[in-house]
Design a protein around this ligand. Structure first.
Ligand SMILES: [Fe+2]
Length: 246
């Protein structure tokens, strides 16, 4: 079985199109989406339709998805993110708003094999930043692997004999062989707004037969995504950050 892992698309159609073209060549059996389809970018309806068309897919909501369909107060966001949420609420068509509302809250266990969540398995809006946070997260899922998003950093945390270690995946392609007796908390990185100073879209493939996870960074048409953000009247900073990957 080959799972395709992607998260934090954030209404970036250009990044999602490129990542989906790549996924189509990867012999994928099942897509796993970890939340935040919308927010920040200028193409919420296009990305919602594309994520919705993938089959089979297991998908969960992110904090921006919740806020965009009016289930979350916008005051919990920084001013720029809040502006984008308010813009997205107006831009969404009725069908896509209904689809967002129906997205499940994580964590969700898939095939009794792995867990997916947006922020952390104990709280969907929590950011796992560092080994202390990861240690807490390891206590809250039962499978060997849990995939998460929300931080927009591709990252692997391992837990063996109660020792937790983390590492940022900094190369554009990297394969990790999963070891017996080790548990994993893995973030595939963000498709539409990477924040680790690498501006390429991030995603991962989990091959259960080979017991390997491969991370990928993929170049996409940033200029068009930026132009659309500016044309929509969204904050300029949201366009600028895509070039520098923050
Ligand atoms: Fe996000």
């Amino acid at each position: 079985m080959r799972f395709f892992l992607f998260t934090d698309v954030h209404s970036n159609k250009e990044a999602l199109d490129t990542v989906m073209e790549f996924a189509a060549q990867q012999d994928i059996d099942h897509y796993l989406f970890l939340g935040d389809i919308v927010g920040y970018g200028a193409s919420p309806n296009d990305v919602l339709e594309q994520v919705n068309s993938l089959d089979p897919i297991t998908k969960i909501r992110g904090n921006h998805d919740k806020a965009a369909c009016d289930q979350n107060p916008v005051k919990s966001f920084n001013p720029i993110a809040a502006d984008a949420i308010l813009w997205t609420r107006i831009a969404l068509n009725k069908k896509n708003r209904a689809f967002l509302k129906e997205l499940k809250k994580g964590p969700v266990v898939v095939d009794k094999l792995l867990t997916i969540c947006h922020g952390a398995p104990f709280e969907e809006d929590f950011y796992i930043f560092g080994e202390f946070d990861a240690s807490e997260a390891f206590l809250h899922f039962k499978t060997n692997i849990c995939f998460f998003g929300h931080t927009h950093f591709p990252y692997v945390y391992t837990e063996k004999n109660h020792i937790v270690e983390g590492s940022h995946i900094s190369s554009d392609t990297r394969t990790i062989s999963l070891k017996k007796g080790t548990r994993y908390l893995i973030n595939p990185g963000s498709v539409g707004q990477p924040r680790d100073r690498n501006n390429k879209a991030s995603c991962a493939v989990y091959d259960t037969d080979k017991n390997k996870i491969t991370f990928f960074r993929i170049k996409y048409d940033i200029e068009t995504a930026q132009r659309k953000i500016l044309y929509a009247g969204l904050p300029e900073a949201l366009a600028h950050r895509l070039s520098i990957g923050i």
